[in-house]
Design a protein around this ligand. Structure first.
Ligand code: PLP
Length: 454
């Protein structure tokens, strides 16, 4: 690796930038990949090399890396009203329109939408809402929050506590007290010999019930779940999982929060992952594809029961003392409104209904029998190819070998930016606008890279 040229973008990046989710020491030695432009499902680096973005950036650039309607929506809104806030009952049309559109499109009846800037903030907000709600209804002890091992909900203090991944806990002194984790519903790794998927789902629900009973149900407030776990490995639950989990939660009056930050807006083949996986949440969080990531915005939807609790408590106190300066910022809100209109008008769901099953079939046809591949999984336009050291026992490679990271280096050389998840799962979550021909091109490059790695 030749060191970056003096005063190049890479050298200035090394000198001045502390990167998220990066080996900071390694970055000082090898430098960044500087991306300078994007179009459709592709981005180009500063040297002019183009790549298909197989994960839509961070599972988020749903309409790809160029869209004139979104540019116009942002520009028009900046000219008309570049900022106003939503504190003390101030409002503006982009936020009103967006709240109405989300409530109309929610997977289950929802009452109100609250806005924040990121998925982490949406989840942090929802945690505080759960606590506020339980104070409102006279259950001040009912505050513990259950996440899942391998679940990902973001990195603010509470969201990181809820997350179930070691890299987000180790050396950060989280999880905070009061955050618990139940098992990941990954049949491929956790299923016992001879156990059916249905039996495995029952065992997951039994584990959850045991945890709630051990903690005392009067102290457990809510459980968080991504319909499909994304960053933890694209893990689809076994058949019947959410029905069984929800029966346990109802029994102990524990609220269910669906984290739709990745799964929302057609990613899984339906408008919401909750519909695909039969989840009936009390609260829903979403972000990313909400604005196709052209600007940061996230939302928390709450049902009528939760809203009534929040309303009662805020009236007693005199204010709902929570909100960001940029909650419902008019420019990202206008971009989100336009994004949702584009999803409707271009019938993006029908497109995902065509290319999603195609991508799933091609992932399996091309890679299921590859000597390095243990499991191919996914639905709609989200999937993963998990690499294993031993196909018979499903044993993963020693993390020290960095097999996933090595594969990503190879895919980059072959023109695809990829993302390796914990456990050496290569993720697929391309922009929803991807075509069959672009899927073929992406998977040709991944196949070549896998062969080079073998
Ligand atoms: N929830 C899920 C399911 C996510 O995948 C992510 C980010 O990838 C988050 C929450 C956090 O979102 P953000 O990075 O916008 O804070």
């Amino acid at each position: 690796m030749t060191p970056p040229l003096v005063n190049s973008a890479a050298a200035r990046d090394i000198a001045n930038t502390l990167h998220p989710y990066t080996d900071l020491k390694l970055h000082q030695e090898v430098g960044p990949m500087v991306i300078s432009r994007g179009e459709g499902v592709r981005v180009w680096d500063e040297n002019g090399k183009g790549y298909i973005e197989s994960v839509a950036g961070l599972w988020c650039a749903a309409l790809g890396f160029s869209n004139e309607r979104l540019v116009q929506a942002a520009t028009n809104q900046m000219r008309k009203l570049p900022f106003y806030h939503a504190f003390t009952a101030k409002s503006h049309e982009p936020m009103i329109d967006l709240a109405e559109m989300l409530i109309q499109r929610a997977p289950v009846p929802m009452s109100k939408a609250f806005f924040a800037n990121s998925g982490s903030e949406a989840n942090d907000t929802a945690i505080k809402m759960v606590w506020y709600f339980n104070n409102a209804v006279g259950r001040p002890k009912k505050k513990k929050i259950i996440g899942r091992i391998k679940g990902y909900h973001g990195i603010t203090l509470a969201a990181a506590s809820l997350t179930g991944l070691p890299a987000n806990h180790r050396s950060f002194d989280v999880p905070l007290p009061g955050f618990l984790h139940t098992m990941a519903p990954h049949y491929y790794h956790a299923g016992l010999p001879g156990e059916s998927e249905e039996e495995f789902a029952t065992r997951c629900a039994d584990e959850l019930e045991k945890l709630i009973l051990a903690e005392d149900p009067d102290t457990v407030a809510a459980m968080w779940a991504e319909p499909i776990m994304g960053a933890g490995g694209v893990i689809l639950p076994p058949k019947g999982y959410f029905e069984k989990i929800q029966a346990v939660l109802r029994k102990y009056d524990v609220l269910l929060v669906a984290d739709e930050v990745i799964c929302g807006f057609w990613r899984t083949g339906n408008y919401w992952g909750s519909t695909t996986l039969n989840v009936q949440p009390d609260i829903l969080t979403c972000a990313k594809a909400l604005s196709s990531s052209f600007l940061p915005i996230s939302a928390v939807l709450v049902n009528e029961r939760v809203f009534q609790g929040l309303a009662d408590e805020s009236h007693k106190i005199g204010t709902f003392g929570h909100g960001y300066t940029y909650s419902g910022h008019p420019v990202p809100a206008a971009v989100a409104v336009e994004t949702l209109k584009i999803y409707d008008e271009t019938r993006i769901g029908d497109h995902v209904g065509d290319v999603g099953p195609y991508m799933q079939a091609e992932l399996r046809r091309r890679f299921a029998n590859h000597p390095l591949v243990g499991e191919v999984r996914g639905v709609g336009l989200i999937g993963a190819v998990e690499l294993v050291a031993d196909k018979a026992t499903h044993k993963n490679f020693d993390p020290a070998h960095k097999v996933g990271a090595r594969l990503v280096k190879l895919t980059e050389a072959n023109g695809v930016i990829g993302r390796a998840l914990p456990g050496d799962a290569l993720a697929f979550s391309p922009p929803l606008i991807i075509t069959r021909a672009e899927i073929d091109e992406m998977l040709d490059a991944v196949g070549k890279s896998l062969d080079e790695l073998a």
